[in-house]
Design a protein around this ligand. Structure first.
Ligand code: ATP
Ligand code: MG
Length: 236
């Protein structure tokens, strides 16, 4: 019998117990989360695991992606041993590729109505990977008001996970967004000797049973996804 956080109905599991524990039990359902980091730091893999965790829990999900087509996302997730095909066929999962060259740039006129339409359908979890393009074309006030609207939608029952490159925000905006979100996860890459180690910093998880600032070092492995590496080993 599995006793891990996958079975806790209140949270979105990453499918990796060790990681969930270090995130303070996992991301609360029906909340607003920000996952930000530098390129290649694992934002997409982490949130793909959360998509899987949500589906396994019986939730429905929609993924808005500026990085993939439906086919390439299915293949990418399969490479992590996350086979989403059945969920797609059963209409428990929707994938919505966004072509940033063709789409409206505005957060409020472009992205928000799409999110709202899925919230109205009763979808449980929405992941946007990523909002970087939109944020870099918006003022700080527009970004803050978009997050306020996301907060409203999460209050209506749809959890939203926004993924972004950290460089898209200035320091002031980042502090304000961090305080608006229920969960704020920050990723970066550190060079340790000849190795490049991915680091996840848990800046905030509302209601979590941990002090903020928890640091997790990890690697991404084929067919397995995120593997937590003890920080001391990572440094060795
Ligand atoms: N199936 C896999 N097997 C091994 N490594 C993988 C697999 N899938 C992804 N990775 C690796 O995981 C790392 C993180 O990738 P990911 O796409 O999550 O980064 P990201 O932060 O989303 O990057 P970007 O800013 O470019 O969107 C990359 O080095 C990638 O090559
Ligand atoms: Mg990515």
């Amino acid at each position: 019998m599995r006793t891990g956080s996958e079975n806790d109905p209140r949270i979105i599991s990453t499918g990796n117990d060790e990681l969930d524990k270090k995130i303070g039990g996992g991301i609360p359902l029906r909340s607003l989360s920000l996952v930000e980091g530098q390129p290649d730091s694992g934002k997409s893999v982490l949130t793909q695991q959360m998509v899987w965790g949500s589906l396994k829990k019986g939730c429905s999900a929609v993924v808005f992606t500026t990085e993939n087509t439906v086919k390439s996302l299915v293949t990418q997730m399969q490479s992590l041993n996350l086979d989403i095909m059945d969920y797609l066929l059963l209409s428990r999962l929707w994938i919505y590729p966004i072509d940033t060259k063709k789409t409206r740039r505005s957060l409020s006129a472009g992205l928000l109505p799409m999110l709202e339409s899925y919230a109205n359908k009763g979808i449980d979890v929405a992941i946007i990977d990523s909002i970087t393009y939109y944020v870099t074309h918006a003022s700080t006030e527009e970004v803050l008001s978009f997050f306020e609207e996301c907060k409203r939608l999460s209050g209506k029952g749809m959890g939203i996970i926004c993924v972004a490159h950290s460089y898209a925000f200035d320091e002031n905006a980042m502090v304000r967004l961090g305080s608006m979100c229920d969960a704020h996860l920050r990723l970066h890459i550190e060079t340790m000797g000849s190795k490049m180690i991915k680091i996840l910093e848990v800046a905030k998880v509302r209601g979590a049973n941990l002090n903020t600032g928890n640091i997790i070092s990890f690697d991404v492995e084929p067919n397995r996804g995120i593997r937590v590496i003890p920080y001391s080993k990572a440094k060795a």
